[in-house]
Design a protein around this ligand. Structure first.
Ligand code: PLP
Length: 378
């Protein structure tokens, strides 16, 4: 049995949780939360990193921070996780789905401008597989039209665009530490605030709409309800676990990159034979090996391939069902033009097992079984 994902432990997770317990600080913004936030600020260069319960929470915070109101339009890909859209729909926002690029499966930046209307408030680029969207173009459009950019960098920690950390380029960035991501705490996330003037408000929204963060820093003598917010901050036990992961972030990324490269080399000949396509990494993107996928030739039956992999105990999976085809996506969203690439690419994609600890032998087995299954149909 080769699982699709196996959460990796560095070994210090429970020692740090024990330390947090001995220190008698279990609620949010304790010593471990501070360590994690400072580390994120250091390695990404964001003005402020605020730990949250999930990337979903961080996206919801960004919708509150942008004062998204009913009818406001948010441009995003349909090929993404539900939270990208849900966070804005919760405020009454309307997701406007734009097609993706054939090469990276990221939002097609050349289609964004024509999707902008007088109601457009934000663009949400999703850095699929830890490979950056074309951020220079996206930021330029956003500035010219006076709209905001929220990066869904759920998969993007330790990846960069022209040397800049994903999530640190737009107004806000949202990270995920869900157990399926590279750096994990079971459930977990962070909001990256990239403009100093937005930090206080972000802290307030995260603390139930109160100025409690300022109170703890001694900046005000009591704390009160300031605006609409919620409880978005995780306890220090979660942060203690996360800190053990962050300490090893570079090692984890390097190990993942070597597994990614082995797959990439192994599938080069099948790509040359035209039966599949491998992931494409643009020159300006430093990726983090979040995911390895292949795109099958159009006439190959993906369902049969997945079944065959399953029969051999290999946990390969398809990915997003495009949001514009889902019941909620149809109810709350709107399409901008054709989503032809979203439709076809999402149906051709297979994700392969990629986790720290996956052995060379296991990987060879995945390559062998998948290659055989494809060639039988080709
Ligand atoms: C994982 C993921 C999310 C959600 O992250 P959570 O931490 O589980 O809320 C959002 N967007 C994308 C693109 C993701 O991959």
């Amino acid at each position: 049995m080769i699982e699709f994902n196996r959460p990796h432990m560095t070994g210090n997770e429970f020692e740090y949780i024990a330390q947090a317990k001995r220190g008698h600080v279990l609620a949010g913004d304790g010593p471990f939360t501070k360590k994690c936030s400072s580390w994120l600020e250091e390695i990404t260069g964001c003005a402020k990193a605020l730990l949250t319960h999930s990337c979903t929470s961080a996206l919801e915070m960004s919708a509150l921070l942008l004062d998204i109101a009913p009818g406001d339009e948010i441009i995003m890909p349909s090929y993404t996780f539900v939270s990208t859209a849900n966070a804005f729909v919760l405020r009454g926002g309307v997701p406007v789905f734009v097609d993706i690029r054939e090469d990276t499966l990221n939002l097609d930046e050349t289609l964004i401008e024509s999707a902008i209307t007088t109601r457009t408030r934000a663009i949400v680029p999703v850095h699929y597989a830890g490979v950056a969207c074309e951020m220079d173009t996206i930021m330029d459009i956003a500035r010219r039209y006076g709209i905001n950019v929220v990066e869904d960098a759920a998969q993007g920690l330790m990846a960069n665009y022209k040397g800049r950390a994903l999530g640190s380029i737009g107004d806000f960035g949202a990270l995920s530490f869900h157990e399926t991501k590279n750096i994990i705490s079971g459930e977990g996330g962070a909001l990256m605030v990239n403009d100093h003037s937005k930090i206080h408000r972000a802290e307030t929204i995260r603390e139930k709409g109160t100025d409690r963060s300022r109170f703890f820093r001694g900046e005000v003598d009591k704390y009160t309800w300031q605006e609409v917010g919620s409880s978005f901050l995780p306890g220090d036990l979660v942060a203690a676990f996360l800190w053990a992961q962050m300490e090893e972030a570079q090692t984890i990324t390097d190990l993942r990159l070597s597994i990614w490269s082995r797959y990439h080399n192994a599938f080069a000949s099948l790509e040359r034979a035209g039966v599949l396509r491998r992931p494409f990494i643009p020159q300006e993107c430093g990726h983090n090996a979040h995911m390895y996928y292949v795109l099958l030739r159009e006439d190959i039956d993906r369902h049969k391939i997945l079944q065959e992999l399953k029969q051999h105990g290999i946990g390969a999976v398809f990915h997003y069902v495009p949001l514009h085809t889902s019941p909620a996506g149809q109810r709350y969203g709107r399409l901008h033009g054709s989503l032809a690439l979203t439709d076809t690419l999402s149906e051709r994609l297979i994700r392969l097992p990629l986790w720290v600890g996956l052995t060379n032998e296991q990987q060879s087995q995945v390559v062998e079984v998948l290659s055989r299954a494809i060639c039988r149909q080709a």
